[in-house]
Ligand binder design. Structure first.
Ligand SMILES: [Zn+2]
Length: 208
């Protein structure tokens, strides 16, 4: 299947090459720095604070200062095309049901990342965080798919992205919340059963 020259998502946030310190001090320092920068910008330009805040949220893949290998850059573009495809598919399906599909964000990172669900490392594998409605992925997972899971090729990677987007769909539909409500009231073994079902449904959604 040809994917080049197809629409790329505007919701990819490129955080590759960003050094995230695994300590509270590190993130605190970063937060303070961001506030100072925002204050400076607001003062100097008399600008709109919300505008500055939003502009910092999503940047296209091209906007990143990180320069990976040719293969990495191609993979980043591929991921963006796949995300755009899921946007188009779910947008249409939600519209058919009279609902708005809220696009998830997708964060590319290297080694470590700070999400609304806590700190994560590449070892975690790709994941979706319902609190900030973002998918997080270290592109090195592509190699892992090939070497560790014997699942080489573009399709496996596309499926991984679509599966994580499936968790986003579960969140938007309230399925995640319903399941968590039940899980808090059943045994650990039963709660795990529900996790398996969530994963299977997400695989199903990826197939969509
Ligand atoms: Zn999953």
């Amino acid at each position: 299947m040809k994917w080049k020259d197809r629409r790329q998502s505007a919701n990819v946030e490129d955080r590759r090459g960003t050094r995230t310190k695994g300590l509270i001090g590190g993130s605190l320092g970063g937060g303070v720095l961001i506030i100072i920068v925002i204050l400076l910008l607001t003062f100097r330009g008399g600008g709109d604070l919300s505008q500055i805040l939003t502009s910092g949220i999503a940047s296209p893949v091209e906007g990143s200062s990180y320069q990976g290998t040719e293969q990495e850059e191609e993979l980043a573009q591929f991921v963006s095309v796949v995300l755009a495809e899921t946007e188009d598919v779910w947008d249409k399906l939600f519209a058919q049901e009279g609902m708005d599909y809220i696009y998830p964000g997708l964060v590319l990172y290297t080694d470590y990342v700070d999400s609304a669900c806590g700190m994560a490392s590449s070892a975690t594998g790709p994941f979706y965080c319902p609190s900030d409605q973002k998918v997080y992925i270290d592109l090195s997972f592509y190699q892992e798919l090939r070497e560790k899971f014997s699942a080489p090729g573009d399709f496996a990677m596309a499926y991984v992205i679509s599966h994580e987007v499936g968790h986003h769909v579960q969140t938007l539909l309230g399925i995640m919340e319903d399941v968590q409500y039940i899980q808090a009231r059943v045994s650990e073994a039963e709660a795990n059963e529900y996790n398996v079902r969530l994963e299977l449904q997400s695989d199903y959604f990826a197939g969509v």
